[in-house]
Design a protein around this ligand. Structure first.
Ligand code: P6P
Length: 341
């Protein structure tokens, strides 16, 4: 794994403002917007850490032991991001996994030139059993950046290659933030005693091939022939010892993706006869993950072999089959698809 473990003391705010200097015309608006988002992520990290103590677990039945109505943690996280981002004047519209429709910027506030799409707390059902969960986000520029009006559905339904930044947090043994703005992938670790995200790994690159595969094998008999053959191949011992691959599946996309990014291999959420477009959402899961993975030298495709970042979204919550990871592993998968096509 080609990673520079940095010893510099650099906070994410300083890292982003240093990145801003790459663009002489930068106005600082983007930096200010990321500062607001980072604040929201710090607050969500705090609430996730205290979920069990505050009786606001992921699957809370909406009433606590005192019979009081309690919001689920993913709805709380959604509110935190909205309240941190709605008044900064940087965004013209938002879209969230938790909101069926677009989220308008309230009228008193200025409409900016950026768009934020996010999953405020992906995998929140896992929090009740202390499994890693996370926040996933992507940022676009609106189609006409000179406008000061509400963002539109066309502004939101842009292909993934139009993303100008993307990232995710893992609320796990530590809180990490993985971020790219198109200049490589950097990893930050949160120090709660100081309240800062510190740069811990710079310009992360995924190995050409890995030794882990990650898929919910409970769906095996619902998958296509080519995917089943590929999974069986990964499990078949090879004379050079490269196979069998090890199986790892957390069931939380941020955890499975993060391990794949750092160690290599492949994460898959295939289509099935009862879920022809798989389960993961294109806008706020597959696209940000794919932007990050390509920046780290990996690949991300759907079951038809199409590049995820080239897909033109048709709705906010549309799903996509998703195969992401080391280029050597993705290319091997494609060869199985061609063989079985
Ligand atoms: P399954 C979590 O609910 C989630 O949306 C993703 O984080 C995760 O990768 C996927 O669903 C797991 O789905 O069907 O394997 O339980």
């Amino acid at each position: 794994m080609l990673t520079i473990n940095t010893t510099k003391l650099v906070t994410i705010e300083r890292h982003i403002s240093e990145e801003q200097s790459i663009y002489p015309s930068a106005t600082g608006e983007f930096t200010a917007m990321l500062r607001d988002l980072t604040l929201a992520l710090k607050i969500i990290a705090r609430d996730v850490r205290r979920a069990g103590l505050n009786d606001i677990l992921g699957m809370t039945t909406n009433t606590n032991v005192h019979g009081e109505t309690v919001k689920r943690l993913d709805l709380i996280s959604n509110d935190i991001i909205f309240r941190a981002m709605d008044h900064g004047g940087h965004l013209c519209v938002m879209a969230s996994e938790e909101n069926e429709e677009l989220i308008a910027i309230p009228d008193p506030y200025t409409k900016g030139k950026y768009i934020l799409v996010f999953d405020p707390l992906d995998g929140s059902s896992n929090i009740d059993v202390n499994v890693t969960i996370g926040t996933i986000f992507a940022i676009y520029q609106r189609l006409d950046p000179t406008l000061k009006t509400d963002g539109t559905m066309q502004d939101v339904l842009q292909p993934g290659y139009k993303q100008i930044a993307a990232g995710y947090t893992c609320y796990g043994s530590s809180t990490t933030l993985v971020y790219t703005s198109g200049h490589g992938v950097d990893v930050f670790t949160f120090d709660p005693s100081i309240g800062e995200f510190f740069l811990t790994f710079e310009k992360v690159k995924i190995p050409y091939k890995g030794k882990y595969y990650s898929v919910n094998e409970g769906n095996f008999h619902k998958m296509s022939r080519s995917i089943k053959a590929y999974i069986e191949y990964l499990k078949l011992p090879s004379s050079d010892g490269v196979r069998p691959y090890s199986s790892r599946y957390v069931g939380s996309a941020v955890a499975d993706f993060h391990r794949t990014l750092r160690y290599g291999g492949i994460f898959m959420y295939p289509s099935s006869f009862d879920a022809p477009n798989g389960k993961l959402r294109l806008l706020y899961e597959a696209n940000p993950f794919s932007f990050i993975m390509e920046q780290a030298g990996g690949m991300a495709i759907d079951e038809q072999g199409a590049r995820i970042l080239d897909k033109i979204p048709t709705s906010i919550h549309q799903r996509t089959s998703f195969f992401v990871g080391s280029p050597g592993d993705i290319e091997e998968l494609v060869s199985f698809k061609e063989l079985y096509s």
